[in-house]
Design a protein around this ligand. Structure first.
Ligand SMILES: [Zn+2]
Length: 707
């Protein structure tokens, strides 16, 4: 047995030496394994291997009983295999680094691409170093892309300077335009402009080509990376630019298969003015990651409109983090308690189930953001992580630890530090695409349930406050789980209103927030969020029976922590059991009722129904707005000639559904069960379902044929 194992080991070493650029692990050098075993010193690390990734090298070894931690030593090698410089300790593996401490791995990073190194690993018992392992030697991967293949041979300014310079705005635009021109898989769209008139570009990437319109992209359940909201946190942006090139020109069959099933959206630089100035905020000093709900700024407004139109189902939001004593890749899900539980759970599954597991294989240390006890990672709905969750997007914050800290002691060298950060982000974004592809059904199911449950306006409102996050993996002694951030009683509203009523002044009046010359009205901001609003006389009604229900009170309630405007709460005015026909005039808000008889909505009236059973037909002709969610109707539903919005979501109808000649924005027909035909004709804008299918037993015709 031992002899045969020795043969295999030698063969692997030869193979690794021959094919250094492939993923074959390089084994520890030296004589036959039997001899090495016999000669092994006490407590010497055994079984060291190295596998190259893009910008990192995964070292793995056999765990040593009694080891307190491990040190990773890296030595540059000349072509002849001799040392070309001093050995340094480039990494320290700590026992809380991964979720399975019995199989230690470390993603060594910071070195220049395409360079040759030797690695050794030693355990420490307490602070006492034990003998080094036998060395492994290997060449790190070169910059991605063949140097003589057009497109593949593009390089960013950051790559060309080996991390000495970040890619400038001008270089980004040229690189972006070149990708756009050279790859059929890439379309670059400008989603907006910064205050300083810099374009905010987005890569839309699909295989063989990306779908032509935002709605067509939305139908592919896209995933999205926001790479640079804080201008002085540029590491993720460089990863995004590299990843866009990889996706544009790769021949990797697995990646192409993933891109054939979805569309990847990459926004490299949302905050171009801040990046150019190396400042956190935009040119007015506004922290854009405290503005995604209020969208006072043109940058955040452009982003929110993109989310409205392209409808990503999953996202990552890239940052850098200043605490040096934490993991490589702190992550955090949307924690705000108004986020649908399924979106929170699936975001946690993405982080803990996928990223922690894959990180443990590849040697990257992902951990919960906020685990160092700082009062961060809370429930502000102004933060993209939470805003996206409230928009039913499975997502995570990503932090790149700014400094090397105690676990990466060779990052006093600035380029080493920058490379580690960017390549750890690149690893994360590739893993994100892999996760999305492997879990597509889970994500779309969570999203569909979130959209229907939000539209049902069920449950309490939390103005601010988070779900708890477990300290997993277990933090160091002296560290804590992320702050609990439970909502205080005054931030909870047990009985949700059915709508908010805004005056014309509130809705259309000039605002004082936002940059001078670029201020937007409440009407414009609610439109950017994609919310349905009913005009009633000279007032405006915003129902909570909407897919983004959890965000509505955070902007429109007087009790909100960072509200936009204090609207008047409209509470349900019809509950309980009611016998006989119901004629709806004015604004009728039905919640949790049983209506035994037909419902007729008079011209100009508004009907908002949720959680209700209706035994009889529903007939609305010429209404101002019709909302029917989370309900059952035993009879036909007919909505004709509505001036304003029409929304039927998560409702069971025994009978035909007709949606005809409605004049407002796209009627929303999603997640319904219709025992009968579904017919839509003559609507000013064809109805949509937000990719939440309806189960219809009869034919689906005309404008509804694809719903
Ligand atoms: Zn940040």
């Amino acid at each position: 047995m031992r002899y045969r194992r020795t043969t295999a080991g030698v063969f692997s070493a030869l193979l690794a030496a021959t094919l250094a650029a492939t993923a074959v692990p390089a084994q520890a050098q030296g004589g036959p394994a039997l001899a090495a075993w016999q000669q092994a010193e006490p407590n010497q690390v055994q079984g060291l291997t190295v596998v190259q990734g893009d910008g990192y090298a995964t070292l793995s070894w056999t765990a040593l009983a009694g080891a307190s931690d491990y040190q990773i030593e890296r030595t540059p090698l000349a072509a002849d295999g001799t040392a070309a410089g001093p050995a340094v300790i480039s990494g320290v593996w700590r026992p809380n680094r991964q979720i399975n401490n019995t199989s230690p791995t470390f993603a060594d990073a910071g070195f220049a691409p395409g360079t040759r190194w030797q690695w050794r690993v030693r355990a420490r018992v307490g602070t006492d170093p034990q003998p080094y392992s036998a060395p492994v030697a290997d060449t790190t991967r070169a910059h991605w892309g063949a140097p003589d293949t057009p497109g593949q041979n593009l390089r960013t300014q950051w790559e060309n300077t080996l991390g000495a310079q970040y890619t400038s705005d001008v270089d980004e635009y040229a690189y972006t335009a070149a990708l756009d021109a050279l790859s059929d898989r890439v379309r670059v769209v400008e989603i907006g402009r910064t205050i300083g008139n810099r374009p905010i570009n987005m890569f839309v990437i699909g295989y063989p080509t990306p779908p032509a319109t935002p709605a067509a992209v939305a139908a592919t359940n896209p995933l999205m990376v926001n790479c640079n909201v804080h201008g002085n946190e540029p590491g993720d942006r460089e990863a995004c630019l590299i990843m866009a090139r990889q996706l544009a020109f790769t021949d990797d069959a697995a990646t192409l298969d993933r891109l054939s099933k979805t569309t990847m959206l990459i926004v490299p630089t949302l905050n171009g003015d801040g990046r150019a100035a190396n400042s956190r905020g935009n040119s007015t000093g506004q922290d854009l990651n405290r503005d995604y709900s209020l969208i006072r700024q043109p940058e955040t407004r452009a982003f929110v409109e993109m989310v409205r139109d392209y409808r990503p189902i999953a996202g990552y939001d890239g940052h850098e983090y200043g605490n040096s004593n934490t993991g490589d890749l702190p992550m955090l899900p949307p924690r705000h308690q108004n986020v649908a539980k399924g979106i929170f759970d699936e975001s946690q599954h993405m982080i803990e189930g996928h990223m922690y597991t894959e990180g443990a294989k590849d040697g990257w240390w992902a951990c919960p953001y906020g685990c160092t006890g700082a009062n961060v990672g809370l429930g502000e709905e102004t933060i993209l992580r939470n805003t996206l969750g409230l928009k039913n997007v499975v997502n995570s914050l990503l932090e790149l630890r700014s400094s090397g800290g105690p676990t990466r002691p060779d990052e006093g060298n600035t380029a080493n530090n920058r490379r580690r950060k960017t390549y750890s982000a690149l690893w994360t974004f590739h893993q994100f695409l892999t996760y999305h592809n492997a879990n597509l059904t889970k994500i779309t199911t969570a999203r569909a349930e979130a959209i229907t449950s939000q539209a049902a306006n069920a449950g309490r409102i939390v103005f601010r406050g988070s779900r708890p996050i477990e300290a997993y993996p277990a933090p160091h002694p002296g560290e804590n789980p992320p702050p609990l951030d439970a909502p205080t009683p005054e931030r909870i509203l047990e009985q949700a209103p059915c709508a908010y009523r805004l005056t014309e002044e509130q809705y259309l009046g000039a605002r004082t927030d936002g940059p001078e010359g670029g201020r937007t009205t409440v009407a414009q901001r609610l439109a950017a969020h994609g919310w349905q609003v009913v005009k009633v006389g000279d007032e405006y009604l915003v129902p909570l029976t909407q897919p983004e229900r959890g965000l509505v009170p955070l902007l429109l309630d007087g009790q909100a922590v960072e509200g936009l405007v204090a609207g008047e709460r409209v509470n349900p005015n019809l509950t309980g059991t009611r016998n006989g026909p119901l004629t709806v005039t004015g604004v009728t808000c039905v919640d949790g009722a049983a209506l035994r008889g037909p419902v007729r909505v008079q011209p100009g009236a508004v009907l908002i129904v949720t959680g209700t059973s209706i035994n009889g037909p529903v007939d609305a002709t010429g209404a101002a707005g019709v909302f029917l969610t989370g309900s059952t109707v035993n009879g036909p539903v007919r909505v004709v000639g509505t001036r304003g919005p029409v929304s039927v979501v998560g409702t069971r109808v025994s009978g035909p559904v007709d949606v005809v000649n409605n004049a407002g924005s796209a009627p929303l027909l999603a997640g319904n069960t219709v025992n009968g035909p579904l017919s839509c004709t003559g609507n000013a804008v064809p109805p949509v379902n937000l990719e939440v299918a309806n189960a219809v037993s009869g034919p689906k015709s005309a404008q509804c044929s694809r719903l």
